[in-house]
Ligand binder design. Structure first.
Ligand code: ADP
Length: 541
């Protein structure tokens, strides 16, 4: 991928150099140009993360331009895509992998339900391309396909004329989710059929599109479609539990799939009723299944502190000073720093002394809820600061964290923000000294990788993809890889120990700490490394 300095960004560069001069004239102690940055405050009418900031004088990286021979046409069929329909890592993975394959010369489309909650202003060149009917429960439902471009990636949106995908959020609308995704899976194939679209690969993700391989091999392959199917399982926690009757609504005869070699969930055998699992059906009927045999990457176009429009000041590993401004900006915005300073461009030293730990996560048991709530207490005891940005789907978890928020959010060091905000997540990664990921299990995990790219040192539990990407600073046997702090137990003492060590480095070994920051920012966790493995897989099937 190439980035060019456009005329526009050159003038930004100039403007920012002028700002540097002005800041220096006013005696800014840091000498970093931040222009006329207005520090936010918790009492601002518009939250501080809702603003866009201009691109500025930190040069974006230039990436190697790899082109694959024999390019393929790949269509991803997915329930999530970042940034327009993102709930967790699935959205990031689909966008990142699609962009990586596009840049390697493949043709890539993403097919996504046209959720009512998608903000249409983020879609470029949105146009209706096909009006057709797709089958559901004895009827042919009038359906519209749109084409548009999101973050440079072609997307086909499927919009049924019934209630499916209506509501405020990606998941949890007042329609039957399982039936909606059964409909969507079939509607994507039906669209390919009616438009004679013949990709090489259909790449499906998670249980939501697990029925597509069944529909493909038992209906559409006999009609005209010829692609091969890849299923990626990002998280096996959900598997699309399904009754025979529900599966029949897709037009497949549910009872035909109610056998152990097809779609019956083995764990329900002997129960009444036995249940099907869409994910199992997907596994049985796909040409290849990827279950974190391939490590994810991060989308380094979307996650780039040198160009990130959500950051008040940009930075990179060569020019890391902007990170301090981001930290102070977030601290001011959340009321974690005093407003005592008079000089607009001066970041008081005191803010550096309090390590800022962030935890950005879906609040579900997998993510180590008891460790997250314990971290609040321990970080407070250590004199640090912590910001949790989390969304709970379970009422009990929501209530528990609301209680914690009430207890802490007026105090001087902890903020618990119970919502989903992509913008704020960018700011928090940029502001953080450390990113905490205490998962009980974690197939891959993106937050530790994104944190690293933004110069936040990871403190993680040694499990799954976290163990593959973070190596402990105090592990003498692996010192050249060391890039964070790792603990093994699921008890509070293990977490304390990792946090204590991280805080000690931060406070007592500033040179080594700065060394870790530089190192984590230099780690290449991009799709440049891993997209090639998917391309090999596409070819192999
Ligand atoms: P999972 O897919 O299990 O949720 P990952 O670590 O693979 O976990 O991916 C999480 C992604 O979702 C990251 O991009 C993270 O920044 C984002 N994310 C999680 N919770 C929130 C939130 N409350 N607000 C904004 N982004 C979030």
């Amino acid at each position: 991928m190439h980035f060019h300095t456009s005329q526009n960004s050159q003038s930004c560069l100039l403007a920012s150099s002028v700002a540097v001069l002005q800041a220096e004239k006013r005696g800014s102690s840091t000498g970093v140009g931040v222009g006329e940055l207005i520090w936010p405050s918790p009492s601002d009418g518009t939250p501080f993360w809702k603003k866009d900031f201009p691109s500025s004088g930190v040069s974006p990286e230039v990436f190697a331009d790899v082109k694959d021979s024999d390019p393929k046409h790949i269509i991803h069929v997915t329930a999530e895509m970042a940034p327009i329909a993102k709930v967790g890592g699935l959205g990031d993975v689909v966008t990142g992998l699609a962009r990586a394959c596009l840049s390697r010369g493949h043709t890539v489309d993403i097919m996504l339900p046209f959720y009512e909650c998608i903000q249409k202003q983020h879609i470029k060149d949105l146009t209706v391309i096909t009006k057709y009917n797709s089958y559901h429960d004895g009827n042919w439902v009038p359906t519209t396909a749109y084409r548009g471009v999101v973050s440079g990636i072609p997307v086909i949106f499927i919009e049924p004329s019934n209630l499916f995908f209506k509501g405020q959020y990606v998941y949890g609308g007042s329609y039957n989710e399982l039936e909606a995704y059964l409909f969507f899976s079939r509607a994507c194939l039906e669209w390919m059929q009616v438009t004679s679209t013949q990709p090489d690969i259909i790449h499906v993700h998670e249980w939501q599109t697990g029925a597509l391989p069944l529909l493909y091999w038992d209906i559409y392959h006999h009609l005209s479609l010829k692609p091969r199917i890849v299923l990626t399982i990002h998280n096996m926690e959900h598997y699309g539990e399904c009754s025979k009757e529900q599966l029949s609504k897709s037009g497949l005869e549910g009872s035909v799939y109610a056998s152990i070699d097809k779609a019956v969930d083995d764990r329900t055998i002997g129960h009444n009723p036995e249940r099907l699992s869409l994910l199992k059906g997907g596994i049985v009927y796909s040409n290849a299944v990827v279950y974190f045999g391939i490590l994810n990457g991060i989308d380094i176009t979307m996650w780039n502190p040198a160009t990130d429009i959500f950051l008040p000041v940009k930075f990179n590993d060569q020019k890391p000073e902007g990170k301090k401004f981001c930290k102070y900006y977030v601290q001011r915005g959340l009321g974690l720093a005093s407003e005592g300073t008079q000089d607009g461009n001066h970041v008081p030293d005191i803010t550096y002394k309090a390590p800022l730990v962030v935890c950005i996560t879906r609040l579900v048991p997998q993510k180590g809820l008891h460790l997250i709530s314990h971290a609040i207490k321990h970080i407070e005891e250590l004199g640090g600061q912590m910001v949790i940005l989390g969304k709970a789907s379970d009422v009990r978890v929501q209530t528990e964290f609301e209680g914690l928020a009430k207890l802490h959010n007026q105090g001087p060091c902890i903020r618990i923000l119970l919502m989903f905000s992509d913008e704020l997540s960018h700011m928090l990664y940029a502001a953080a000294d450390m990113v905490l990921v205490p998962s009980i299990y974690e197939p891959c995990g993106l937050t530790q990788m994104i944190g690293m790219r933004y110069g936040a040192v990871p403190v993680v539990r040694k499990t799954g993809g976290l163990a593959d990407t973070v190596f402990d600073m105090d592990d003498q046997s692996n010192h050249n890889k060391a890039n964070g702090f790792v603990f093994e137990g699921i008890d509070e003492g293990s977490l304390n120990c990792a946090l204590d060590r991280a805080f000690t480095y931060f406070r007592e070994k500033p040179d080594e700490w700065n060394g870790i920051i530089k190192k984590v920012m230099e780690v290449d966790n991009s799709w440049n490394n891993t997209a090639g493995k998917y391309v090999e897989l596409y070819h192999s099937i």
